[in-house]
Write a protein of this length. Structure first.
Length: 201
């Protein structure tokens, strides 16, 4: 699929992943990928931008395609929006940790890089979406499927614990995520259904 073209009206917003395009009616649309990030992905990594996936308070996630036609996801963090402790301690640890995680039930990270103002994590693309979306769009999983999901999640958590990564638990929370909030070499991440992607379970 061809990458999205950037219009002249969007160029002003390219230096901020929180910037949004406008449909002319005052309605906010998806954020525009910063130009320097898009150029690096295309020229250095040979990834083409396909479209926008979702956004958070300090980041936006985009869908990419590589030269083999495989889809990926790029999480673009706007470092200007981060608090000092996150910028100076938590983010560097996060970027270091995601490079070290390799497990069949944890989303793979392919590239991690930083550019002026931005840090980017390129990972697997979950075409089926997160677990809560899957449950909402399908029948309630039976006991066999539920046991399989739980077993795979536990295996992922045991692996993370073996790497010194401790996760904060709450009800109905799991570990399918590339994003970890880190402090002093220990990662803490809410394990919730929006962080689990069905195709990997």
């Amino acid at each position: 699929m061809a990458p999205q073209e950037t219009t002249s009206s969007e160029q002003e917003k390219q230096n901020n992943p929180g910037a949004v395009s406008n449909n002319g009616k005052g309605e906010q649309q998806e954020p525009v990928m910063p130009a320097l990030v898009r150029e690096y992905l295309k020229d250095k990594l040979k990834y083409e931008l396909v479209g926008f996936i979702t956004r958070g308070s300090t980041c936006a996630v985009y869908k990419l395609v590589d030269c083999n036609g495989s889809f990926l996801a790029a999480k673009v963090l706007d470092r200007s929006q981060l608090k000092p402790i996150v910028l100076n301690t938590l983010l560097p640890n996060e970027l270091s940790i995601v490079r070290e995680i390799h497990h069949p039930y944890i989303m793979s990270v392919y590239n991690v890089f930083s550019l002026p103002g931005y840090s980017v994590i390129v990972s697997e693309f979950a075409a089926d979406g997160d677990l809560i979306s899957y449950i909402e769009n399908h029948a309630v999983p039976n006991i066999v499927m539920s046991k399989q999901w739980f077993s795979q999640t536990v295996q992922a958590i045991v692996y993370l614990h073996s790497k010194g990564i401790i996760l904060a638990f709450s009800i109905l929370q799991l570990s399918k995520t590339v994003s970890f909030v880190v402090h002093l070499g220990i990662a803490h991440r809410d394990i919730k259904v929006t962080c689990i992607f069905h195709q990997y379970l």
